[in-house]
Design a protein around this ligand. Structure first.
Ligand code: 0O2
Length: 357
């Protein structure tokens, strides 16, 4: 049941009001301002209205209203003044202080009940609206924070995405130049120097892992300055001499720079890995500028690629048993592949010389 606090120093008034309202509400009574504030503090949530006399001992009605305002009660609970014949100025002052209405003496039951009911309903409606507005404000605040975070993320990601776009452009540039050479060879000599091209952009996770492992800062500038293998192109040739011919032609192009060469064909790794690695500086042409980008180009024969793919699996599989035995077998396969590559090349040379005769 909703609770109404009746505050009046005149017992008769309190009793009359209690009698009128007790069928619909739970009535709480106080005979002065201090008691009224105590009762309110005891039932802050379920008190739905306060009927308040203005002239009382200890603490008068105006002081009670002032303290209720301070405590935030006036925003939630309607206050109706129990009035005799008040002066207009006092009524005005009361309204200005946030009082909802007046119940005049002598009390007329139906009027008192209606005024109280109206005030309670109005406040409930107002409180509901305020709560909705608060909830909407909270939702808007959260949405605003999400949008801000997304904007920040986009701002941070923009230079990274831009750099990745530039590396993709550099890959396309190298692929195009190789494809053009392949087309020319095909037309002039009726053979293709490479069988396939596989390209890849290093993933953000491996980029940051490599920077971290090598102690470089994790920034976009640092990627550009310290990594040479973000853009990777793998060229799979049929024969070893095609590898050197293609590499020479590519490096010979006047706007491509050779930054570093690692020849693991002439100097295989101890595990048997063979490939020719070139770090190239390749121009890309953007709308407002020309940029040089690093691209790692790996040249291999089909057989070397077959070997490297299998060996790569061993590197990333942690729980492989008999690793020493597998390493030995792979090394022996690498040696056989080397022999096979050159034997095949010799056979091709013989066939070509016969064809020329
Ligand atoms: P991923 O995932 O292939 O990109 P660098 O990283 O170039 O500064 P590093 O590692 O000395 O320094 O360069 P290197 O020796 O030229 O190797 C570069 C890439 O060649 C490797 O890239 C592999 O792709 C390949 N590679 C090199 N050695 C081996 C090998 O023994 N076996 C196989 N299967 N591939 C090899 P990442 O960064 O290791 O990995």
């Amino acid at each position: 049941m909703q609770r109404i606090l009746v505050v009046d120093d005149a017992e008769l008034n309190r009793e009359m009001l209690a009698e009128m309202l007790s069928g619909e509400y739970l009535i709480e009574m106080a005979e002065d301002g201090e008691q009224a504030l105590q009762r309110l503090a005891e039932h802050p949530a379920d008190t739905v209205a306060v009927l308040l006399d203005l002239q009382m001992p200890k603490k008068d009605g105006i002081s009670v209203i002032a303290e209720m305002r301070e405590g935030g009660f006036m925003q939630r609970i309607p206050v109706l003044i129990i009035s005799g014949e008040q002066a207009v100025e006092i009524e005005n002052q009361c309204f200005e202080l946030g009082v909802s209405d007046f119940v005049h003496k002598p009390f007329v039951g139906s009027i008192v009940k209606n005024r109280i009911r109206n005030a309670i309903e109005l406040f409930a409606y107002k409180n509901q609206l305020e709560q909705k507005v608060e909830e909407q404000e909270e939702t808007l605040k959260k949405q605003y924070q999400i949008i801000r975070r997304q904007e920040e993320k986009q701002r941070e990601e923009k230079p990274f995405n831009r750099l990745m776009m530039e590396y993709r452009a550099a890959i396309m540039e190298v692929e195009t130049r190789l494809t053009v050479l392949n087309a020319e060879f095909s037309q002039e000599y009726n053979r293709n120097p490479f069988e396939a091209i596989k390209s890849r952009l290093k993933s953000p996770a491996s980029i940051y892992e490599k920077l971290g492992r090598r102690g470089f800062p994790l920034t976009v500038e640092s990627i550009r300055e310290n990594l040479t293998d973000v853009a990777g192109v793998r060229v799979i040739c049929s024969f070893p001499d095609d590898i050197y011919r293609l590499a020479e032609l590519l490096v010979g192009q006047d706007d491509i720079g050779l930054v570093r060469e690692k020849d693991y064909i002439k100097h295989p790794k101890p595990n048997g890995y063979r490939s020719l690695h070139l770090i190239l500086s390749v121009p890309i042409f953007l709308s407002r500028e020309k940029k040089q980008m690093m691209v790692e180009v790996q040249f291999r024969t089909i057989a070397m690629d077959f070997w490297a793919s299998l060996e790569h699996k061993l590197k990333y599989k942690k729980n492989v048993d008999d690793t020493d035995e597998i390493v030995g077998q792979l090394k022996s396969c690498a040696d056989s592949i080397e022999q096979l590559d050159y034997q095949m090349q010799e056979i091709r040379n013989k066939i070509e010389s016969k064809t020329r005769e």
